[in-house]
Design a protein around this ligand. Structure first.
Ligand code: SF4
Length: 207
C-alpha cells in the first residue's frame, strides 16, 4: 500500500512510567492493538528550504494524505474481518492540532511513542522520533483496533537515540531554547510562544 514502515504496539506499552501522554484506552476502551505506519518524506522538501517553504508544507501534506488513504484501507479490511478500527490523526496534521489539549498541547495519544513501542524508532533530544531508515524525516499515523494482533514490543529500541549523546546540535540551535537535553523533554510552551510570535511578526511584515 506504499507505506515505508508498519508495526504493531500493544496498549499496555502506554502504561510505562516514561510515557506521560494520553492513552489509546481513553479513546477506544476495548483497544487491543495500535497499528502504526509511516512514510519517509522526500529529501528535496528539506534541501530547498527556506525558499521552498510552500513546497515543503505541500510535500508534508501529501505524505499526510497518503497515510490517510492507506490507513483507511487497513481500517476497512479490519472491519470486514469483524473487528473495529479508527484512525488517529497523522502527527502534524490539522486534526492533531485542532483536538490537542490547549493547556498541555498533547494529542489523544502520542503516535511517536506508539511507533517507539513497535520497535521502529527512538526519541531525539528534540522530541522527534528518529526512525531506523529515515531518521526524523517521516510522517506517521496509527490505527486503533480491538483486533488482538501480535505486537512487536520485544524489538524495542532505547528511549533516547544513541547518537544524541555525542551531538546535542538541536539544543544549541533551537531559537526558543525549548530543548532541555533532559532525555527528550521539550518546553512545549516556549516552543509555541516562539512560533506564534514569529508567525505574527511575519503577518505584520506582509501588511
Ligand atoms: S541531539 Fe543531535 S541527533 Fe539528537 S535530535 Fe538533536 S540534532 Fe538530532
Amino acid at each position: 500500500m506504499n507505506a515505508d514502515f508498519i508495526g504493531i504496539a500493544g496498549p499496555a506499552c502506554f502504561q510505562n512510567p516514561e510515557y506521560t501522554g494520553n492513552k489509546p484506552q481513553e479513546v477506544m476502551p476495548g483497544v487491543k492493538s495500535v497499528i502504526v505506519l509511516g512514510v519517509g518524506v522526500p529529501r528535496g522538501a528539506f534541501d530547498t528550504l527556506p525558499k521552498g517553504r510552500a513546497e515543503y508544507t505541500n510535500t508534508l501534506m501529501a505524505a499526510t494524505a497518503t497515510l490517510r488513504i492507506i490507513a483507511f484501507q487497513i481500517a476497512k479490511i479490519i472491519e470486514k474481518e469483524g473487528d473495529k478500527a479508527t484512525i488517529v490523526p497523522t502527527e502534524g496534521s490539522e486534526f492533531g492540532y485542532w483536538y490537542a489539549d490547549l493547556e498541555t498541547l498533547k494529542a489523544n495519544l502520542s503516535i511517536k511513542y506508539a511507533v517507539h513501542c513497535a520497535g521502529l524508532g527512538s526519541f531525539g533530544m528534540n522530541h522527534l522520533l528518529i526512525t531506523k531508515e529515515f531518521g526524523p524525516r517521516v510522517r506517521m499515523t496509527a490505527i486503533l483496533t480491538d483486533a488482538p494482533l501480535e505486537t512487536e514490543e520485544n524489538a524495542q529500541l532505547p528511549f533516547i537515540n544513541k547518537t544524541c549523546s555525542s551531538c546535542m546540535k538541536c539544543i544549541e540551535v533551537c531559537p526558543a531554547g525549548a530543548i532541555s537535553g533532559m532525555g527528550g523533554l521539550i518546553g512545549r510552551k516556549m516552543c509555541t510562544v516562539h512560533v506564534q510570535y514569529t508567525w505574527r511578526a511575519s503577518v505584520r511584515a506582509l501588511c
